[in-house]
Design a protein around this ligand. Structure first.
Ligand code: IFM
Length: 460
């Protein structure tokens, strides 16, 4: 179902007043979370297909075999996107669909899906924004060692070239990686995401090889691209506040920030890893496996930094070395249990523009899961999500007013989908998905977002 024909919603407030002219509005998804068709047209398993089968790894043993069945419903979903009035749609390409097994030639049937998606978007007046890697590593590459192995970075660059050969004539903006912190730390240290390993030194090796893969892919794409090309990477970040002025709390916040933000952005932008972080991880037995020339590759110039923001935290140190305790804030939380901290968003964006100047930013994800309940028509009156999104767009505006160069905002997510280890239990969509019937019903937040975008264009 499209927005047209849905009930009209209240007019937008002035949440966009401080945003610049030509601000880019979008919605975002990722391949494994929505596509389904897990074994169709030559796609082979990714680490998420494997991990989802591990007992206890995912809520209720759920998986992405069908998900939102987007693979078969793509034209209707593009019509839904068009009806929201957004400028751009950020989606990810499934590596094992395009290059089954992670090596060898392109799979024509697999890449054909993205070829049709891009054409459909352009015909709808929506700019495609491609993310090359949103966590679905081909299982064969994990079997060969995964991201802790250097060769995976080279395999990623090769795959990126295959996708660019197919879509580069129509896609301007290319994000290499989505949230490498999640791939490395949740996947290889905490074991909460695929591939479910728990080895801190391996996670740090993964960090370096993810960044190397980004740099190699970025260089290859830029060499092949026309002038109208933008290279980006998306990081998930937060503001790390110390619980007090006490040295150990300040240090806990420094360490948290180092491992979530500076370990990525310093090499990407400044061409070196932060010394304090290198020291911190050495104390925990880990080394970044840097070889001559790697940092030049990693710091290949970026055109845009993708910022994913959901929450911020207050950090306290302790007696144990490297202790970092998240302090209860008492703030309202989302259904994920994540504190709602729009001020942390403003603080983050202002700080990024200070520490990494000259790098335009786009919010590539922001949104929230809440306990939605649908009426008989499938409509969700999700006032908390409207408030969350409005407050966070306002927070972006405050950062812009303070000098941050933020050029766009993508709501996460277009529709409810497979929320990784939480399965289908957590709903981030501004459009409801009834997984029994695959009916899509725009929630109040979708109507509000459409109206806000429209009003912000009229104001300018
Ligand atoms: O659903 C995820 C997405 O895949 C990556 N960023 C965070 C979202 C919410 O957890």
């Amino acid at each position: 179902m499209t927005i047209a024909g849905q009930r009209e919603d209240a007019a937008t407030a002035d949440v966009t007043a401080e945003l610049p002219a030509n601000f880019l509005w979008g919605v975002a998804t990722s391949a494994y979370q929505i596509e389904g068709a897990a074994a169709e047209d030559g796609r082979t398993p990714s680490i998420w297909d494997t991990f989802a089968r591990v007992p206890g790894a995912v809520h209720l043993g759920e998986h992405g075999d069908v998900a939102c069945d987007h693979y078969h419903r793509m034209p209707q979903d593009v019509e839904l996107i068009r009806s929201l009035g957004v400028d751009s749609y950020r989606f990810s390409v499934s590596w094992p669909r395009v290059q089954p097994g992670g090596r060898g030639p392109v799979n024509a049937a697999g890449v054909g899906f993205y070829d049709r998606l891009v054409d459909e978007l352009l015909a709808a007046g929506v700019a495609p924004w491609v993310t090359l890697y949103h966590w679905d590593l081909p299982q064969e590459l994990e079997d060969a060692g995964g991201w802790p192995e250097r060769d995976t970075a080279h395999r990623f660059a090769e795959y990126a070239g295959l996708v660019h050969d197919a879509l580069g004539d129509r896609v301007r903006t290319w994000t290499t990686l989505n949230e490498p912190w999640c791939s490395a730390v949740l996947g290889y240290d905490q074991g909460l995401h695929a591939p479910g390993r728990t080895n801190f030194p391996d996670a740090m090796r993964a960090v370096h090889h993810l960044l190397l893969g980004h740099g190699l892919a970025g260089q290859a794409l830029r060499a092949a691209a026309s002038a109208d090309f933008e290279l980006g990477i998306t990081l998930n970040m937060a503001t790390a506040y110390p619980a007090s002025d006490a040295a150990r709390d300040v240090d806990a916040a420094r360490r948290a920030d180092g491992l979530s933000t500076r370990i990525y952005l310093d090499p990407l932008v400044h061409g070196h890893y932060p010394e304090d972080v290198v020291r911190d991880i050495a104390e925990r037995g880990a080394v970044l496996p840097v070889r001559d020339g790697d940092l030049e590759i990693i710091s290949t110039p970026l055109d845009v930094l993708g910022v994913n923001y959901y929450s911020s935290h207050v950090h306290a140190g302790g007696d144990a070395p490297h202790e970092d305790r998240i302090v209860e804030s008492g703030l309202p939380v989302t259904a994920m249990g994540w504190d709602i901290v729009p001020q942390g968003f403003t603080d983050l964006l202002v700080r990024l523009s200070r520490d990494y100047p000259g790098l335009p930013m786009v919010i590539t994800e922001n949104g929230a899961a809440f306990e939605d309940s649908a009426d008989a028509d499938g409509f969700v009156d999700d006032v908390p999500r409207v408030e969350y999104i409005a407050d966070h767009i306002r927070a972006v505006g405050s950062a812009v007013a303070a000098g941050a160069d933020v050029r766009g905002y993508f709501a996460w997510s277009l529709m409810d989908n497979f929320e990784w280890a939480y399965g289908y239990d957590k709903r981030f969509g501004i459009v409801r998905v009834d997984y029994e019937t695959q009916t899509r019903t725009p929630k109040r937040s979708a109507l509000w977002y459409r109206d806000t975008i429209r009003a912000s264009r009229e104001e300018r």
